[in-house]
Design a protein around this ligand. Structure first.
Ligand code: IYR
Length: 225
């Protein structure tokens, strides 16, 4: 069924490639993404606001439930605010690591070597916090729900991480728990929920990554042909 609000899926949006070109691009992109790793060791080297803006715009190309785009990206380079966020995150994380995490959780975190010290929050030149909007406001001011906001923001976060990696920088998906303090510090409204904190920058010269292996295709997939 064609509807008058639809525009053609023209070459503005879709360009068919040869099968050969598809294979070349697919492999190249996989190789690029397979080199993405997460480090907690950031340098304080300057990164331009423009690059962060482009990463946010890339993230916001994500599909979302009913196209409500239920996300707000708060980008912080202000050192005082970064310090404030680090301090508040460490207070919560100290309680989480020492009291709130059950053994089944610490068991899987141990090989990653994480702890409550969050130096990446004050060292990295930028921190971007993704807030998920659980409601939307109609033009007349009334409130209404958003749909699949977790999924939508998860997809947007994936695109953000990909954009950062593609531009030659690194980011970390940090999840201080609980995250309520971010709404207070960053003055976001009640219907916005902090979902991920992502420091962005260059890795430090002595940056380390954990010794991890990715699961094989056989382990992660099943095909029915
Ligand atoms: N949120 C804490 C703990 C943590 C939890 C998981 I699951 C990780 O994969 C890594 C860390 C933190 O960000 O340190």
């Amino acid at each position: 069924m064609t509807q008058d609000y639809e525009t053609p899926f023209s070459d503005l949006f879709f360009n068919e490639l040869t099968v050969e070109e598809m294979n070349i691009r697919a492999k190249k992109f996989f190789e690029k993404m397979n080199k993405r790793r997460t480090t907690r060791h950031f340098s304080d080297r300057h990164v331009s606001r423009e690059l962060i803006e482009i990463a946010i715009k890339t993230a916001s190309t994500a599909p979302s439930g009913a196209h409500l785009q239920p996300w707000t990206f708060v980008a912080i380079s202000n050192q005082k605010i970064k310090n404030q966020i680090r301090k508040a995150a460490e207070v919560e994380e100290k309680k989480t690591y020492s009291k709130r995490m059950p053994e089944a959780w610490t068991e899987v975190l141990r090989p990653l070597g994480t702890d409550h010290i969050k130096e990446h929050l004050s060292n990295a030149p930028w921190i971007v916090v993704i807030f998920r909007q659980s409601k939307r406001q109609r033009d007349n001011g009334q409130w209404a729900p958003t749909y699949y906001s977790q999924e939508s923001c998860g997809i947007a976060a994936g695109l953000f991480i990909t954009a950062i990696h593609n531009m030659g920088l690194t980011t970390l998906t940090h999840t201080p728990s609980p995250m309520g303090f971010l709404r207070d510090i960053l003055k976001r409204p009640d219907h916005e929920h902090a979902m991920l904190v992502m420091p962005i920058g260059y890795p430090r010269d002595d940056a380390k990554i954990p010794n991890l292996k990715r699961k094989t295709l056989q382990e992660i997939s099943k095909f029915f042909e």
